[in-house]
Design a protein around this ligand. Structure first.
Ligand code: UN1
Length: 496
């Protein structure tokens, strides 16, 4: 079957990898469907792109921020026009159902309009000086050339979370999209180009993490790295980037708990659990992978949850009647299957799913059944380690305090949800759950772009996307203007 060949974007030109090598991008719902061939780039391609970004930085940093923001406004409008096509492209390369890929493009639209407003803010501070006739302020400066490494599960939204704030702040970028989903990044960057982004301001280099990602992290002219992916890779990125003193933002794994109290609206909690656990085929860092059930409702919740999970239709995400798309690649299927074995060996009870789907048309892609384990205890690996697939654990508890303890008893801290009608418990949970995000009576997934996104413990290294991204993509400059016409010594001349 004929398929298109895509090139890297470097300095405004579309170029193949210097080696000429490519990687095929396959549809995970049907491996016979080749989305395209993308450059299998290497260190020399990264060096070329960084040089282009460095050159573009000389002029881009001087473009007034409100003008930079106007490009984002135009890009947001173009994304609105192209939403359906880009959503279809995304489902084809990544698998998640159309309703969700439309949401992914929408998230990039929201981000464009949100961040564009920052073009006329980018607030700094003014503050009194301790000395007379002296003015003091702090202003936000761009960082320089920034490297962006993005995952396959939100292949347009997450690049937009990084690119747009980086751009409005005056940085130039080299982005390495996930090997499984480069097309959505191409589509996103194409809208920026069509919106008037000058050459070299954003460069795309596709290829593997072990070559392109590593070269970007090590390049001496890259001043900051923003990474979203697994904690294992993030730890490596952080350590390597430290060698050249880069700022590093790491957004990583989760093992997110939904807690359901006896007084919860049970149907609402079921809706939330089903969406949180099996939306995006469980492949969100915010996915619900532990459901903590208070004993009074555990039996009823479990029975209804299993029934509803078994009724979910798994299939090609382009089919509007499908609820759960494929996993992104064969490696993810292996991980899901491996954790089913681990859970069974640990003594968890399999109530639904547990297998890859291989019969009929399923055999052409990467499908896994929605899978539920009960009888899970907090110490089991299935209760502690991220699966990143449609596999969820049910854990029972007696008291609210015990639920909070269990929710917190893991290395991760991204998202949490509590279902209750008790406002006192809700606020106690908001205070005590160790997570970057807490939902009350809503599932663990569904973050909006203008709130801080990120987590604590092994989920992140303290930075936030959304509200907070500008703190990463700018650096503070303190400015003192002395209009006294004499030497004034701080801490000395005006001290008692
Ligand atoms: C992710 O899981 O990697 O909150 C990002 C959500 C989405 C973003 C998820 N808006 O679920």
């Amino acid at each position: 079957m004929a398929y298109p060949t895509y090139h890297n974007l470097i300095g405004g030109q579309w170029l193949p990898a210097a080696s000429g090598k490519t990687i095929l991008n396959l549809n995970p719902a049907n491996h016979a469907d080749v989305v395209g061939a993308f450059p299998a780039s290497a260190a020399e391609d990264v060096a070329h792109a960084v040089a282009a970004a460095k050159e573009a930085y000389v002029t881009w940093r001087l473009v007034p921020a409100p003008k930079r923001a106007e490009i984002l406004v135009r890009a947001g409008a173009l994304l609105q026009q192209r939403k359906e096509q880009y959503a279809r492209d995304m489902t084809r390369e990544m698998g998640k159902v159309l309703a969700e890929t439309r949401g992914d493009v929408q998230e990039a639209i929201d981000e464009a309009f949100y961040v564009a407003g920052e073009g006329r803010r980018l607030f700094g501070h003014t503050t009194p000086s301790e000395l007379p006739n002296k003015f003091a302020m702090s202003v936000r400066m761009p960082v320089g050339v920034v490297g962006l490494i993005t995952p396959w599960n939100f292949p347009m939204a997450i690049p937009s979370w990084k690119l747009f704030p980086a751009l409005v702040a005056g940085n130039t970028c080299v982005i390495k999209p996930a090997t499984d989903t480069p097309l959505s990044t191409f589509n996103l960057v194409q809208t920026l180009v069509d919106a008037g982004l000058p050459p070299g301001v954003v460069n795309i280099v596709t290829g593997r993490g072990s070559t392109v990602g590593e070269s970007l992290v090590e390049h001496p002219d890259v001043r900051a790295i923003s990474f979203t992916g697994s904690s294992a890779v993030g730890s490596f990125v952080g350590q390597r980037a430290a060698a050249t003193f880069k700022a590093v933002s790491l957004e990583m794994g989760g093992k997110n708990a939904q807690i359901v109290m006896n007084d919860a609206n049970l149907e609402l909690a079921l809706d939330g659990a089903l969406w949180g656990a099996f939306g995006t085929t469980g492949q969100r860092c915010t996915a619900t992978s532990r459901i903590l059930l208070q004993k009074g409702i555990a039996a009823e919740f479990t029975a209804k949850f299993v029934k509803r999970a078994k009724a979910l239709k798994v299939g090609d995400g382009l089919d509007e009647s499908v609820h759960v798309g494929p996993q992104v690649n064969a490696g993810q299927i292996e991980t899901s299957a491996k954790y089913v074995e681990i859970a069974l060996a640990e003594g968890a009870r399999l109530l639904a799913g547990g297998h890859a789907l291989t019969q009929g048309s399923y055999g052409h892609g990467c499908f896994f059944e929605p899978t539920i384990f009960a009888g899970v205890t907090p110490a089991m690996r299935i209760a502690r380690e991220e699966v990143f697939g449609p596999v969820v654990s049910l854990i029972e508890f007696d008291s609210f305090e015990e639920a909070v303890r269990i929710a917190n008893s893991i290395d991760y801290g991204l998202s949490t949800a509590l279902y209750t009608k008790d406002v006192n418990r809700a606020f106690t949970a908001i205070r005590d759950l160790e997570a970057g995000i807490t939902y009350i009576n809503a599932p663990t997934i569904g973050a909006e772009v203008h709130l801080p996104f990120g987590g604590v413990k092994h989920t992140g290294n303290g930075h936030r996307e959304g509200l907070g991204a500008l703190d990463f993509f700018t650096t503070w400059k303190a400015v003192y203007v002395d209009y006294s016409d004499k030497l004034q010594r701080a801490q000395i001349d005006n001290a008692e």
